[in-house]
Design a protein. Sequence first.
Length: 204
Amino acid sequence: PSIPTVFTARDLRVQHFDLASGWNWISLNVNNTNMSDINALLANYTWASDDQLKSETDGFVSYSQSGWVGTLNGLNNTSMYMMRSSKAQALDITGASVDTKTCKLHILGTMANGTPRWNYISYLPADNMTLKEALAGYEASEGDIVKSQTSMAMYDANVGWIGSLGYMESSKGYMLQRQAKTDVELQYPSKSAIGRNTLSLSRT
């Protein structure tokens, strides 16, 4: 008798990046098997001498004839990275979708002397969301600031998030400055959860 073939289904998707020439703030919301091997992850794309990829806390790598060389040993799903590309190009990374219900970001509060510090954060949902939607699971404090590469918003306890940053976008990276001393967790919502909440509100 013939032996049946067993297929294992995996929730894989392609995360697309439109890299501009120069610096780009990016983040990964898929789990690729090569995230601990930057040379393998970024193979088959056009890089030039001194193109760079850096993390605020984990180091950096520069591109040379030997490939990507430096102190950054791999990428993760919770950090924002700054990537310098010498030319505009499309970058596609395939991997398993990150579960926003279980993957949470640790947000640091002010230092012991009260000095605020920046958290370099990823954006995990696959869909773009308004700042209010995306940060609904974050305990914001008066004066908190969120920055993208081109815009920013500040939290007002009476009004909410105000400023030129209206949306958080897939594949982009962000900086978050917390004014409170306490550290907190940031959990992004799923788009389906937002849809259910909107539907339930419309029925009341």
